[in-house]
Design a protein around this ligand. Structure first.
Ligand code: CU
Length: 169
């Protein structure tokens, strides 16, 4: 054995140990818990969708709008931000994208044909893709100061109000 290399071995081990153990402690950025909710397709309110019933389109619109995102914090300091996203729905897929807030007076570029916003044109910074009911996902981004939108881009969900403001200071 080359004696000169010997002291390096414990050092390498120590580094590996640190890399392993140190990881959670190194997350000195912000953690934001995102809860995605909806009333579900089985909400108690009648939607008059049974056989032979007169379908109430306005009511359906209201029901579709009963979904959203709840954040543990809507303002965080600039730097590393970890979004811990949980879909609490019983029966709907949801996802969460982070996009820069659109310029004043403009919404996100919207594609009516597929009822989704254009993720590239909106400048999406990252996403926790389609989560099945009850599932969780995580996304870590390095965010500059500014205003952002967190939005779900499952068909119709953004238009139904499944988005929220997020500010980085
Ligand atoms: Cu959604």
């Amino acid at each position: 054995m080359n004696r000169r290399s010997f002291p390096a071995l414990p050092l390498v081990s120590a580094c590996l140990l640190f890399a392993g153990l140190g990881h959670p402690a190194m997350a000195d950025g912000s953690i934001v818990t995102v809860t995605m909710w909806d009333k579900g397709a089985n909400a108690e309110m009648s939607m008059d969708r049974g056989i032979g019933m007169v379908h109430d389109a306005m009511m359906t619109g209201m029901m579709d709008g009963m979904m959203g995102m709840k954040l543990s914090a809507d303002t965080v300091p600039a730097g590393e931000v970890t979004f811990k996203v949980t879909n609490t729905s019983k029966d709907q897929v949801h996802e969460m994208l982070v996009v820069p807030w659109p310029a004043d007076g403009k919404g996100l570029p919207y594609n009516h044909a597929d009822a989704r916003f254009d993720e590239d044109a909106a400048g999406s910074l990252g996403e926790v893709e389609e989560l099945d009911p009850g599932k969780s996902g995580e996304l870590t981004l390095n965010l500059k100061p500014g205003k952002y939108a967190l939005a779900c881009n499952v068909a119709n969900h953004y238009a139904d109000g499944m988005w929220t403001e997020f500010v980085v200071k």
